[in-house]
Design a protein around this ligand. Structure first.
Ligand code: ADP
Length: 261
């Protein structure tokens, strides 16, 4: 029988382990809280159009002799709320897809000039309605490794916002440039701008600067969260600068070659 030495962790080691454990617990708590907040936001956002539809439908049910005009107006309000509900669900599904890790990336070497041209072509009819000028300045031909769908969604959201939060007869300018390592897309607009105290928060899910105004404009508050996730999946970064009443510029930087992590 031999005496075995039992190694007891000294105080510093115990303190380090306790510290790491507490940090982990606190991180888990934060994650849990943000998940709870997300679920509660989702429920709230989905319930709002539903409540309006219910009120509108209830006021028609069982009513005799409702004037045709009023009837049509209520029905068209109900259709609008359905469209809104649909948009929220579509955006949520995109966001959930983006939240899954890189395994879902469908990377190929794409002509970025062409992708941007297509985005602008698709959005031009919406811009034309308010006589907003959509400009593309490509400084050089760029090919890069991107997931076509996710990249297109990210930039489309930025251009769409440039149109939505703009003045009539304003402009949205998209530029493309590259160096030996990365390519750069900027989306600048002549629009409303973002107040300084909101700029930190615009990438948060469901955050909108002006809830009532954005609702009118048809926002869900998910667009920029989707854009940021998509760019992060490409190992890129996004920055924003803005001045209220003058306009906003988003700058996206993405590596030309995709390195799976
Ligand atoms: P939304 O669906 O409301 O447009 P986003 O996540 O795309 O949601 O944007 C969040 C908020 O950031 C918008 O509601 C708007 O207040 C503000 N915002 C985004 N882009 C712009 C822009 N180009 N100009 C001014 N405000 C913007």
């Amino acid at each position: 029988y031999q005496n075995e030495e039992i190694s007891v962790p000294d105080y510093t080691e115990t303190a380090l382990i306790t510290d790491a454990f507490n940090k982990m617990l606190s991180r888990m708590k934060t994650l849990d809280e943000s998940r709870q907040e997300f679920v509660s936001n989702v429920s709230h956002e989905l319930k709002t159009p539903m409540t309006s539809m219910k009120v509108l439908a209830d006021s028609l049910v069982g009513q005799q002799g409702v004037p045709e005009e009023l009837y049509q107006e209520f029905l068209s309000d109900i259709t609008e709320e359905i469209d809104r509900e649909n948009k929220i669900i579509t955006d949520l599904l995109s966001l959930v897809k983006m939240d899954k890790k890189t395994a879902d990336m469908n990377i190929s070497n794409m002509n970025i000039n062409e992708l941007l041209e297509n985005i602008l072509k698709r959005l031009r009819p919406i811009a034309d309605q308010r006589r907003i000028d959509l400009i593309l300045d490509s400084f050089r031909p760029v090919t890069a490794d991107v997931d076509e769908v996710k990249f297109t969604l990210a930039i489309s959201n930025l251009v769409e916002n440039g149109i939505k939060y703009n003045v009539d007869e304003g402009w949205v300018r998209v530029t493309l440039d590259a160096d030996h390592k990365d390519f750069y897309v900027t989306v600048a607009d002549s629009g409303l701008g973002i107040p300084e105290d909101s700029i930190e928060r615009i990438f948060e899910r469901f955050y909108r600067v002006d809830k009532s105004h954005s609702r009118e404009i048809g926002g869900t508050g998910l667009g920029l969260a989707i854009t940021r996730s998509s760019i992060a999946m490409h190992h890129g970064i996004i920055k924003v600068s803005s001045k209220e009443g003058e306009g906003t510029t988003f700058t996206v930087k993405i590596p030309l070659s995709y390195i799976p992590s």
